[in-house]
Write a protein that binds this ligand. Structure first.
Ligand code: FES
Ligand code: FES
Length: 163
């Protein structure tokens, strides 16, 4: 079928344009990892449950395993590779490190992307709001306690009065 043939698209990822050829059913997560070699975005369940594949699309968290690459033309995708600042961990990454908010780190890129967006929208979240937002990202190692502590620490450091 003609409409299933590979098509040339431009993916804008972390501020750079990439011209790639994809079949329409090519998933964004596969295009990121295999075509662009941006392997920081992980693939877990592949059906929208675990959150490991979370990236930002136009600043909002989105499951890259439920998104076709071809849908991303005209949109800005941000991956975990965009989060550090010239090799320095982001405030949230640093807090996760300090609070031992990761073990195997398989879930971590998705959590970081979810909360980079969340903390911009919610600079002073209470614990309930953090846990509600975290419910979309599964972690099999940590028990979540230290992740929550890390997010609280990052939120406190990111609030304007801390600068
Ligand atoms: S791999 Fe996408 S939500 Fe699990
Ligand atoms: S640190 Fe292992 S899954 Fe979260």
């Amino acid at each position: 079928m003609k409409n299933m043939e590979p098509q040339d698209i431009t993916l804008t990822v972390n501020g750079r344009n990439h011209e790639i050829k994809v079949v329409p059913r090519r998933l964004l997560v596969d295009a990121l990892r295999e075509d662009l070699r941006l392997t920081g975005t992980h693939v877990g369940c592949e059906h929208g449950v675990c959150g490991a594949c979370t990236v930002l699309v136009d600043g909002r968290p989105q499951r890259a395993c439920l998104t076709y690459a071809i849908q991303m033309e005209g949109h800005e995708v941000a991956t975990i590779e965009s989060v550090d600042h010239e090799g320095r961990l982001s405030v949230l990454q640093q807090a996760l490190h300090e609070e031992h908010g990761l073990q195997c780190w398989f879930c971590t890129p998705g959590i970081v992307m979810t909360f980079e967006a969340f903390l911009r929208q919610n600079p002073a979240p209470d614990e309930e709001a953090i846990r509600e937002a975290l419910s979309g990202n599964l972690c099999r190692c940590t028990g979540y306690q230290n992740i929550v502590k890390a997010i609280q620490k990052a939120a406190a450091r990111m609030r304007p009065e801390q600068i």
